[in-house]
Design a protein. Sequence first.
Length: 143
Amino acid sequence: MGFLAHEGVTDIPLERVFEYLADSRNIKEWFYGVQSVEPLTDQIRGLGSTYSITLNVGRPVSAKIECTEFIENELILVRTVDGLDASSRWTFGREGAGTRMRGEFTYALPGGVAGAVLGKLVTPFAAIAVKQTAANIVKYAGR
């Protein structure tokens, strides 16, 4: 199982950062490597919201994602329902007038040759994606 985390602080108010990340329509803008996001439910944020995502990790990888934990202004946890076995957990807290946020990404690769090949694509991509995603959140949530 792969695990990556990134924590940072921004001067953008907590409610603004959280609202931006919670809306699944914004994922393509801030999540590094995302090619497309298609809502699969009328609900676009919060517990039970589900969407299809295509991510470019050297080749397109698609998955169905569901929000499985959600606490307003504190926590967003999404997990794959099919496709690549992965999760993304975001926690938020106040830091003065701004926001402290932490993103944690876990993923499992299949065994054998397929897993080895996919690992050579996913692992370097994931390290870059974590840092760029955090920078994108600050850039776009602050508009």
